[in-house]
Design a protein around this ligand. Sequence first.
Ligand code: BGC
Length: 738
Amino acid sequence: MKITRILITAAMLAACPPVGAATAPLAWQNKALSADARADLLVSVMTIDEKLVLVTSYYGTQVDRNRYRHPDARRQSAGFVPGVPRLHFTPQWQTDAGSGVATQGIAVPDLQRTALPAGILTAATWNPDLAVKGGAMIGAEARASGFNTMLAGGVNLLREPGNGRNFEYGGEDPLLAGTMVGAIVRGIQSNHIITTVKHFALNDQERRRTTVNILVDEPSARMSDLLAFQIAIEQGNPGAIMCSYNLVNGEWACQNPWLLNKVLKGDWGYKGFVMSDWGAMHDTVKDALGGLDQEAGVQEPKDYVYRDKLKAAIADGRVPIAVLDDKVRRIARVLIASGAADNPPTADNPIDFAAHAAISQADAEEGIVLLKNEGPILPLAGSARRIAIIGGHADVGVLTGGGSAQVYPRGGSAVQGEGPKHWPGPIVYAPSSPLKALQTERPGAKIDWADGSNLSAAAATARNADVAIVFVTQWTAESLDFPLTLPDDQDALIDAVARANPNTIVVLQTGGPVLMPWIDRVKGAVEAWYPGSNGGKAIARILTGKVNPSGHLPATFGRAATDWPRAEIDGLQRGKDEIFDVRFTEGAAVGYKWFDKNGTRPLFPFGHGLSYTSFAPSGLKAGAKGRTIQASFSVRNTGRVAGKQVAQIYVSPVKGGWEAPKRLGGFAKLALAPGQSKSATVTVDPRLLGMWDSRNPGWTVAAGQYRVTLATSATDPGSSVVVTLPASHWPAGRGVAK
Ligand code: BGC
């Protein structure tokens, strides 16, 4: 009865739309209805021109004179979709990205925001609860800054160690990356805004990203990159998915019906909308029919494929109106369901920067990884009265990653004039000095500083100290890929310092794996990634033992570029418009799986991370639970300080047959006081026990024996038990994770 009345009202509205803005609530605004019903009502009263408004997002920043900026976009933002004032439907204000509210183009002093550490650092925490908090923080800043859409949630797998965007993503394993990015998404969306999981899909290199054609067979894609997306979507329920620039098996990702219609919306039952990466749309009809809902990055007067072009395609029957309705309904539904439509954000609201910096710091303190600790040299002993700090601008700040994800941190960049003059440069350092933080932590110590530009000066500074800490950096950024060797001869700097002082520690700030030819000559190594707004404090607190490190690598660190499937990323020599193939011959054997398969010993394995205490795992039990595996175990802190251990469960078929010997099947991060023991139970997602089956689409788990290993990294033999499973088949779709 109620529904009928609403529908009648809706029909009346459609027949005679009011002039000017309506005052009484419209039928679709009835909060007692479901988001689906409200979206249906909204679409039913929209004119075609109003519908067309929702499917085009304009560029939000005028980077140069040739570029258009929608006048209603928030300043220096990524994108803007006008609303429908007649129907009181909200505009969409869109901002990057994973480390917080980014500023497009040049820095603007009043658009400085809190920088969460890089996505890869958050993945290195292996702590989804912390990731939710970080996501909630950046989402709150997005809303307070006037945005209802974030472009955060990068989950492309770290297949290419030199990919310039690895810092934005969640590492090399589908379960870990999907779980951690899904958690960030949950946090962001807790602010009545939506976010977008990206870049869908197989956009694992930056070089020539708009012309690279990724060739991969379906089972390999389903068991690697697509699985990471599937898990992130299941766990995060993102409002949008951003399709990527590249081609997949000969078709652009944003007009790829297999990726968008079949896998995402069909098999996975995804109900949100697909937005293009900025300018990644190509063809009105192919995009519209291929599954792209919203084109983005439109710069007047060209470069768009929807608007009047889509209207014409609908008018002459090339695109059914139902296709446009579906796109609009998807967009409207998620904005309604998230609360974004009922609570449009306003700009310039106050932000509690101190509280947010503390959240950023907590993330950094759990994601920084202690790689090596001989002696142990760390935490810094009280006897280390004289400390040499060398290089990496450690006197003033910590590194951030570049490109559209660039957050201009509070206080502005601590370093000027480095890196490319134009986007994705310049290089930005968050003004959080590790040196000053160390001085605060160790007021009695004498700290000497050398900037590292002169090797003999650096060696002289190191020689006089009890301990020498070399800070090395590798800036990485969107649109670029990078060699695995540290730039600017920093390997030589480490060598010079290590020769001068046997107590040398290296603190790395990199976006992913780098080679460490000097590792045997230093006593300690710490991977700090890009540690965010309070990164200097986090590093100092780890070095001094105020915080016990508990980060674990979300990616394998190899010894040589040839350890990975492609020692060189293709694209550098390619013409701008030349489409070229990159074949993923490794299939689903990404990261540690590739190393395992080839018997290659990594420098530091996936999952590796040291602590200032020691842990003893015990009591591994595993058995069939339903048609999957459940494992339980205990971990005791056997040392003298509190710490957190990441217990990892790996699974492998006793008799071969997978893309690689083993897969991460689950994990648990346990906080333990000295002497304390805790137990945990992990249920293995059956997709991690099966193979994608193209003949009977879905996941087929073979009957047989499976080894379940409790370990602390991908190369730790740990302890194992064997479980026998019956054959089973699992549907392609969502919901099997739980
Ligand atoms: C990037 C996206 C980003 C968009 C908007 C593109 O260049 O690939 O990740 O969200 O720009 O800034």
